[in-house]
Design a protein around this ligand. Structure first.
Ligand code: GLU
Length: 198
């Protein structure tokens, strides 16, 4: 289990994410990735160190007031750029970062493959974000309620943060058995999420 940092507020998210991910490096990890909301959702991920991700981003747009960052310690799928987080739902609308393990991911995946889902990575995490979208498509639930309903089907431990292109002003977070804390910023509407209270 590795690191999560997320920011929503009036400031720029990117510097907060990079600083936070560097402070979480002591936990060990094999890859790093971020998602930033700026009209559209930009996702960048790299195997290796946070500094490798930073170098990769020198000529990329990194502005946005909402963002989430992840360092991965692979449990399902080898360490590489594809298996690094964030992961996308089938439509590409939803993105997730996740610390932990979805124990029943294989059963959930099997069901969704039969319903036409295709998966890019070997991770348990990608199954989770597909499941959330699947629930939304088969019910009239809001994103927030679909996350709750999907998590009821999940066996395992998780701290997750979700971003949605269709809800560009929101971050959704949940945890069970993996740490995740919410910090309230100094400015109005400013919040932080992190997998380590310090
Ligand atoms: N089980 C997930 C994976 O292998 C998350 C690992 C983590 O906590 O970093 O991608």
């Amino acid at each position: 289990m590795c690191g999560i940092v997320a920011y929503i507020g009036p400031g720029e998210a990117y510097p907060v994410l990079i600083k936070g991910l560097k402070r979480l490096e002591y936990r060990g990890y094999d890859s790093a990735g971020i998602a930033l909301m700026n009209g559209t959702m930009n996702i960048y991920k790299q195997q290796g160190k946070v500094a490798d991700l930073e170098n990769y981003l020198t000529d990329k747009p990194v502005n946005g007031n909402i963002g989430m960052g992840h360092t991965r310690w692979a449990t399902h799928g080898v360490p590489n750029n594809v298996n690094a987080h964030p992961h996308l739902s089938q439509s590409g609308d939803l993105a997730v970062i996740h610390n932990g393990i979805i124990e029943n991911y294989a059963t959930l995946k099997e069901g969704m493959v039969l319903r036409g889902h295709t998966f890019e990575s070997d991770t348990d995490t990608e199954v989770l974000i597909h499941l959330i979208e699947d629930v939304m498509q088969h019910t009239n639930l809001s994103l927030q309620d679909a996350v709750r309903a999907a998590l009821k089907q999940v066996v395992g431990a998780y701290a997750i943060v979700i971003m949605s292109k269709n809800h560009p002003e929101h971050l959704i977070a949940a945890r069970k058995g993996s740490p995740l804390v919410v910090g309230i910023g100094n400015s109005k509407g400013e919040y932080y999420l992190a997998s380590d209270a310090t």
